[in-house]
Design a protein around this ligand. Structure first.
Ligand code: SAM
Length: 346
């Protein structure tokens, strides 16, 4: 078992995910069904894992005029340059054109540029400097490029899936260029740091520009400390316990006035969960800022929506789970084995 899995196991015992209601009824918030279906993802690291995650984005659409910021071209060039540098860092012995990888660099750069442009255009109260940006399910982790560039952020990467966490560790080391401004909570666990010390580094130290947070530590991110949460192609892929865990922690960690940026197909995938998360955010007191008027995979890859928090509601995870699924719902077995959903009883 590697250090990421050890850290997960410790947290599962500490926070009782493997006992009682949490195990038997609610289930595991740290699963990624899509990843589990791909044995090719397992066990890779270094250059191979980098290429695999880079190549997860292959489509290219021109940024819609409505979000084209003054610096949109410059941002695109900067992101591409950084990705090319990353390619040379991970695979110096390969030629981008010979292995036909330029299209993945162009695609990844274009979606990151568009996320930056949409956030800049619509999040009017968001400062361009020194923000705390928390990204859920970052894949390779390339959002950190626009985040540092456009918002001079401290970038929090929240990830649950070991193969993804592993590639992000390598990518963030490349981005931080060994300057020691990268905090990895799995490393803190490996060094057996006490929880108090981990919380101190996570929430009170200003020396980090990247904070890598396994999702089982999401509830340790200080309440109302985050200015911007992004979730692109993630919330529709998690299990019932996962969607509740993520929304619960988003609500608690985001500042009042902070923003949530979501980009995905705006459809729920079969046999994951049935939570309309956009609607839940509105019920929790978030105001919709925009739902972009674009077609998925015609105008853009995904449909961006932005919400602004406008409440001081503090949630309890177990009560919130019951609010989302019903008191008697059994979702722990996943997929087709979900039972007693409130909507089914009516
Ligand atoms: C389809 S990828 C999207 C990657 C990236 N956000 C993008 O837009 O390219 C889904 C990401 O969510 C992560 N993920 C899956 N299940 C998760 C969970 N339960 N909690 C947190 N992250 C999760 C995956 O490991 C992966 O990094």
């Amino acid at each position: 078992m590697d250090n990421i899995e050890k850290s997960l196991k410790r947290a599962s015992i500490r926070d009782q995910w493997i006992f009682g209601e949490r195990m038997n009824r609610i289930g595991d918030p740290f699963r990624w069904v899509d990843g589990d279906q791909l044995p090719q993802l397992q066990g890779l690291n270094g250059g191979l894992a980098f290429l695999q995650y880079l190549a997860m984005s292959g489509e290219i659409y021109e940024a819609p005029d409505v979000i084209k910021t003054k610096d949109h071209k410059e941002v695109l060039i900067n992101i591409k340059e950084r990705l090319i540098k990353a390619f040379e860092y991970f695979c110096p012995f390969l030629d981008i054109d010979e292995i036909s990888f330029q299209k993945y660099i162009d695609s990844t750069a274009s979606v990151k540029q568009q996320d930056y442009c949409a956030i800049k255009t619509y999040c009017k109260d968001l400062s361009g400097h020194n923000i705390n940006h928390l990204d859920i399910g970052p894949g390779l982790g390339a959002n950190v490029i626009y985040s540092h560039l456009g918002f001079d952020s401290c970038y929090y990467s929240v990830e649950a899936y070991p193969a993804s966490y592993r590639v992000q560790q390598d990518f963030f080391k490349f981005i931080s260029e060994s300057k020691g401004n990268y905090l990895d909570l799995v490393e803190c666990d490996t060094f057996d740091l006490e929880i108090q010390k981990i919380n101190e580094e996570l929430n009170n130290s200003s020396k980090y520009k990247i904070k890598h947070v396994p999702s089982w530590y999401f509830n340790h991110v200080k309440k109302e400390s985050i200015d911007l949460v992004t979730a692109t192609w993630v919330l529709n892929e998690v299990m019932p316990a996962g969607i509740v865990w993520l929304l619960y922690n988003v609500n608690n960690s985001l500042k009042n006035g902070g923003y949530v940026y979501i980009r995905d197909s705006y459809k729920r995938k079969p046999h994951r969960h049935n939570v309309d998360y956009d609607n839940v955010l509105e019920k929790l007191g978030f105001n919709i800022v925009t739902k972009m008027n674009v077609r998925n995979r015609v105008d853009m890859h995904g449909i961006p929506r932005i919400y602004q928090k406008n409440s001081n509601l503090v949630l309890d995870f177990d009560e919130f789970f019951d609010d989302c699924f019903g008191k008697y719902a059994v979702t722990s077995h996943g997929g087709q084995y979900v039972q007693n959903l409130e909507s089914n009883e009516k």
